[in-house]
Design a protein around this ligand. Sequence first.
Ligand SMILES: [Zn+2]
Length: 342
Amino acid sequence: MTTVYIHAPAAEHDFPNHPENAERGPAVWSLLEEQGLFTDLLIKTPQPADAALLRAVHTSEMLHYMEEVCLRGGGRIDQDTYATEFSYNLARIAAGAVCQGVELIVKGTADNGYVFVRPPGHHAEIRRPGGFCLINNIAVGARYAQHILGFDRVAIIDFDVHHGNGTQDIFYDDPSVLFISSHQYTPYFYPGTGGLNETGVGDGSGSTMNLPLPAGVGDQGFKLLYDQLVGPKLEQFKPDLLLVSAGFDAHWVDPLAQLELSLTGYGELCRQIITWSQQLCDGKILFVQEGGYVLEALSHGVLNTVLALLGRDRLIDPLGPSSGSEPELERTMTAVRGLHLI
Ligand SMILES: [Zn+2]
């Protein structure tokens, strides 16, 4: 098994006391190194995505605005989202990293892969950056697969604790991209979108599946939801390529959210998703970094995913399980089954 690992840590995209800071990249890199994985992985250095590809996802106005902010030295783009003078180029490199990963897998140089990128991307909408995100990296990668590499059908699974509102916005009317997001959905929780009834519009109707979750859902709930809803939805869709927005902020230690996945639960979830990619699209799967702000949960989440991609049985969980009990999900499951004819 050849697994490509692309690291785009964006050291110069940093802001004091911000959860999405430049310590995240080295934390992941040093754990993979400590575990001796670099001899087993195909390591690649990313290049910036072409401006034309960025315009396949975002408006020229939005891209121009971000470029201008950075040319003027950076600053806050909104309450949550910052840029430095280097951030626009670094965001282009993050998007380019996803394209490179997709290309290596499609051309057969690698079987599968993991792309660690910053800044993250899944909250960046067609016309608006936000939620720590500047360019929607995974969306650029999906469009690259379709427009440049000739793929028809791309499925994106987003298990970050926050709804992937940007990715949903970009593909909401597009039947060729299936977007599935599981996320915390409680009052005042960012970004506030991702309700059950948001299933797509026009030709894209039914190609968005949201799994909005109450606080407290953990390993058992995720297994149930993914086995009974996500698997059948993927089978219905029959993707040519599977992309994953991998956020490790649904871990129980994460202070920004109240979902209760453990590293073991995350590891098993990733293994299941990889198995589906083998059954449905010759194992063509690329994980793309989104959130995850407790460095130990983030770095081990990446490590366990990389081990699973390499086909290893090993899983490392120094943080253990959550002690909470999980809420009932039957009503959510019944509603999703009805909406998506599963
Ligand atoms: Zn998140």
